[in-house]
Ligand binder design. Sequence first.
Ligand code: NAD
Length: 487
Amino acid sequence: MIATESKVETVSFYINGAWEKPTGRTLQPVTNPATGAVLADVPYASEADVDRAVRTAHEAFLKWREVPVVDRVQVLYRYKTLLDKYSDDVARILTQENGKTIDDSRAEVRRMIQMVEVACGMPSLMMGDSLNDVAAGIDCKTIRQPIGVCVGITPFNFPAMVPMWMHPFAIACGNTFVLKPSEKVPLTPTRSVELLHDAGLPAGVLNLIHGGKEAVDALLRHPLVKAVSFVGSTPVAKYIYATAAAQGKRVQALGGAKNHLIVMPDADMPKTVEAIIGSAFGAAGERCLAGSVLVPVGDAAGPLLELLVKRTKSLTVGDGSQHGVEMGPLVTSDHCRKVEGYVDKGVAEGATPLVDGRDSKPGAGGFFLGPTIFDHVTSEMTIAREEIFGPVLSVMRVETLDDAINLVNRSPFGNATAIFTSSGKSAREYSSRCEVGMVGINVGVAAPMAFFPFAGWKNSFFGDLHAHGKDAVAFYTEQKVIMSRWF
Ligand code: NAD
């Protein structure tokens, strides 16, 4: 299935339980960001492809919803076993097409498997409520029923995990699914779906197509699609939310981020520095939970920056598949140029580069940019306002915790944040007053586990029910209230 670097294959669609190699579609190369080599070509689904995938899913839904939930989850138990068995295979493909280090890919695959584990609990999670004698001789209960064909549109940065925020939950609830992953990284979702096929998922319950805006628009407008789950950048999330909601569909649209890391003077500096390095430069900053703005409070800046700059300069940047590499390349040459453009802009707008990633260029042909730290960044600067989605950390110094809270709450984004402190009072005050959905206390990447919701706020999320956890069960089901009286 996966092309070697000397023989480029076309990635397949998976419709009605069969793999198809479409011909005559627009093709886009999939590259290895560490070398620039082409791994495969991805075909872009047309409106007719989308229609076929959705109709297939709808036909399958009519049967799948009748399968008892205890039997539906048996497929997921088998899927989990296969994912465990082939986890290293999936991680290797992920590093090859996305660029993140192999350790990071393995961690993502573990998170991916946890989603399946939680969805296996659907017989308990889907239970309704009941109360007898709500009136004389009358009982009342709620049940949860599947809603129909659900769609997932996912980003490039977590191609193993993010689709799993969606389809295991949707399928376990009795829905069927059409997945349209990022066209930049189609090989990881393809391998994941191969394993789901091998686990014995009935034909049509999950369908995989590839492509860009044309495919997405056709999914958003298709009358048989009942719910849309999206994860990606804020402008596209807003568009998806507005377009799908206007078509009467249920939508959850997770967007971009600009995450602040607050460091109090009483923080444990060496441990804080390690957490900041992981948050800002892990996965080359291509995480929606990545720390992007560092906010030292009062006297914290001196000792913090001295250690942080030293550690950042020692980071090993290179091909993520190689042992010892701590930071890989950016996903595409376009994205690498875009992030480098932000570094140029930071310098032009007057920020002070403490570490300049443009000086670090390991490996010819790859899309590399080293880690960058800017000091004395001010609110008007572009690097303080926009999501960069690369290894660029902006330092904005403030005097007090109140100043830090005001700075964070002025941001239009509200995905994640963290505070580093040894004071329970500061931690409590910050976590209750910040207008951000996911808060780390001495934790640099506050990534909720599968049984909690992924709870972005403000321009980082459009909708009301979040991804995974109990919210996913509510999102992928419709409630029905049944009142009964027996004569
Ligand atoms: P993106 O918005 O460019 O693409 C996401 C998906 O939308 C892809 O499948 C893509 O094909 C599709 N798409 C792109 N442009 C479109 C358009 N104009 N119309 C319709 N569909 C379109 O995002 P990306 O670059 O793949 O991923 C990075 C972004 O995702 C970052 O902004 C990051 O913060 C965000 N993200 C958010 C979360 C979260 O949980 N909030 C998680 C991961 C990534």
